[in-house]
Ligand binder design. Structure first.
Ligand code: ADP
Ligand code: MG
Length: 600
């Protein structure tokens, strides 16, 4: 356990890079500051000694002012040095957090795009950004404090035994009892109880969030008591665990701990009473009184020192979980990049016996799939839901890599194409199109940051977005998602199409681009698609079979397998799955028209 902790700190310091030095300097300065902070106690001892020596002729104690200034100087100096220490550790901590974020983002840039399908961006942000932030307490405060506290402890123990070891030992007994009671609360089998207690707290806070999030559903379905159940159970569980841990485990040790640390006197006074007779006999009663005065004041820092240890260990725990969260990002799989990139010769796309299985899935999502789109051709993927259409489309821009077989773009295996070249060659508009929370202009320009405003406008026009821009308060400078400027699914897709048009890539991959669209949007989207796909190689998925009628080739995917392939004419009377789908589609259309007439 101890070894692991050191590793965590070492891992963190590695992120600090050359700022590591500052961390060490900070720790050293913190130790110096703590030791300086002990000097005033020595001054108290010196002052007490002088006073008692000259008692009751107090005026003869001429050195008092000197001790006073000395105490002040060291106390104040200690604070300044501690500030300097914190300055160093904070600089290093902020650098480390920044480096963690940078390295994490750099790593994410190398992961396959599909990784983001399975890991929500909010979650990743929370892991990386939140995790990086949480390391700050450890690096900026805890590490310096641990070293400072260690120095303080050593100085404390030295001082305890310098003046009168018996009184020192009495104070030390208090410290030892306190440390032992802390270990009782946090170590051994009680560690498990503490963990359960903390987990219950976590569960309760999550259930609370979930509950608040579910309020709309609760209202819509007029639910009352039952909707509280999970939340109530979490609260009760927490309450039980809290009682079990705090009442069952902590009550006695914590009482002992507080008594020992806050009441060092309890140990000091009996010791003093025992020593007093001997001191009286020896005649050096003055030193005895001086020492007693010193220890009486000094005992107060024992509790300070112990409280610091508690805080530091809490910080260590926090940093440990933060590091674990950061690691989930840093250990995300990366997309292998070839050392010898080849240039695609044309814009054709070929699936050669491609099999692909998602991580953790039992059955392949694509099972020995072969088809090709010659340069400039349009290939449509159709088939029942779950057939593997989206999967096939997402393999082209390397959202994932094939498990076996080959995927060629321009006659070259996509794995042998430089990822940047591949991204330049392929534009894709997928189902879950996301627009950034920025202006329409910037959203479209994301495809090619160098283009002018006019070119963006042309692309938006080609994507049939004129009506969207007209109704927005600031035209293309309107920030999407800000108050009152939400776009419908179909509108978002048209903006995404404008982005794809602007990108001007020779290969287009479209996934269910009309899935969300209402009839008006659909007509506009179809127009936009015509512009986008003209003269390009297209692999498209569309639910409305009317869109695929003109495709050069239709590939029917069912259960991950190609079950039919050919032109619309051939397949529509081929007696297979496509014919059935085509019939169903036509019936649905007729039914729609019929019901439309009736309504009119
Ligand atoms: P379609 O687009 O034809 O409806 P998909 O390609 O989306 O089909 O899905 C094919 C199969 O792969 C389904 O069984 C689906 O559950 C599975 N699948 C799709 N996406 C993922 C994913 N990100 N992780 C794991 N399995 C997935
Ligand atoms: Mg799909």
């Amino acid at each position: 356990m101890k070894e692991k902790k050191q590793n965590d700190v070492a891992v963190l310091l590695n992120y600090a890079g050359k700022y590591k030095v500052l961390t060490f300097l900070g720790m050293f300065l913190s130790a110096v500051a703590m030791v300086m902070g002990m000097v005033p106690y020595v001054c108290i001892w010196l002052a007490a000694r002088d006073l008692i020596e000259v008692a009751p002729n107090w005026t003869q104690a001429t050195e008092l002012a000197k001790y006073g200034w000395m105490a002040f100087g060291f106390a104040f100096g200690g604070i300044i040095v501690y500030f300097a220490a914190l300055m160093c550790t904070h600089l290093a901590a902020f650098r480390t957090a920044a480096n963690i974020r940078k390295q994490g983002v750099a790593h994410l840039m190398k992961t396959p795009l599909g990784f983001f399908d399975n890991n929500a961006s909010g979650l990743l942000r929370n892991r990386l950004d939140g995790g990086a932030g949480e390391t700050e307490t450890l690096l900026a405060h805890n590490l310096a404090d641990v070293v400072g506290t260690a120095a303080m402890f050593i100085a404390m123990i030295v001082l305890m035994f310098v003046f009168d070891w018996r009184m020192g030992a009495a104070c030390l007994v208090a410290a030892v009892i306190s440390v032992l009671s802390m270990f009782t609360m946090m170590g051994g089998k009680n560690a498990k109880l503490m963990m359960e207690y903390q987990q219950a707290q976590d569960v309760m806070s999550k259930a609370g969030t979930e509950y608040v999030r579910g309020i709309p559903v609760v209202k819509v379905f007029q639910q009352t008591v039952y909707s509280f159940r999970a939340f109530k159970a979490a609260i009760e569980d927490y309450s039980a665990k809290a009682e079990k841990y705090t009442g069952g485990v902590c009550r006695v040790p914590q009482s002992v701990n507080l008594t020992a640390t806050e009441g060092v006197f309890i140990f000091l006074v009996p010791a003093v009473l025992l020593i007093a007779p001997g001191a009286l006999k020896s005649g050096d009663f003055a030193t005895f009184i001086t020492n007693f005065a010193f220890y009486a004041v000094f005992s107060a820092i024992v509790s300070t020192a112990l409280a610091r240890i508690m805080f530091a260990s809490a910080g260590m725990m926090l940093a440990k979980t933060a590091l674990a969260r950061i690691d989930t990002v840093m250990n995300a799989p990366i997309l292998p990049v070839t050392d010898h990139p080849q240039t695609p010769k044309d814009n054709g796309v070929v699936f050669k016996d491609v099999t692909f299985t998602y991580d953790g899935a039992d059955l392949p999502a694509l099972d020995h799939v072969s088809f090709k789109a010659l340069p400039g051709q349009t290939v449509a993927l159709v088939g029942p839901s779950g057939g593997g259409k989206t999967t096939a489309a997402s393999l082209i821009p390397r959202f994932w890599d094939v498990s076996s077989g080959e995927l060629l773009v321009g006659g070259v295996n996509v794995k042998d194409v430089d990822p940047h070249v591949l991204m330049d060659k392929v534009a894709f508009v997928f189902q879950n199109t996301r627009l950034f929370k920025t202006s329409i202009l910037e959203n479209v320009r994301a495809a090619r940051p160098d283009v002018s405003r006019e070119e963006v406008l042309t692309a938006l026009h080609a994507a049939q977005c004129d009506d969207i821009i007209e109704k927005l308060p600031n035209g293309i400078d309107t920030v999407i998602g800000s108050k009152g400027t939400y776009l419908s699914g179909g509108e978002q897709q048209r903006v995404a199409l404008a982005r794809a048009i602007l990108k001007d890539a020779p290969i287009i991959v479209l996934d269910e681009a009309t899935a969300f669209a209402d009839p008006e949007n659909e007509a506009l989207i179809q127009k936009a698609l015509k512009t986008l796909t003209k003269g390009r190689t297209v692999v498209m998925i569309a639910h409305r079979l009317s869109t695929v009628v003109g495709a050069d080739r239709i590939v029917v995917l069912d259960n991950g397998k190609v079950v039919e392939e050919g032109t619309h004419e051939a397949l529509a009377s081929g007696g297979g799955l496509y014919e059935r789908m085509w019939e169903e589609y036509n019936q649905a259309v007729q039914w729609k028209i019929a019901s439309g007439k009736e309504g009119a």
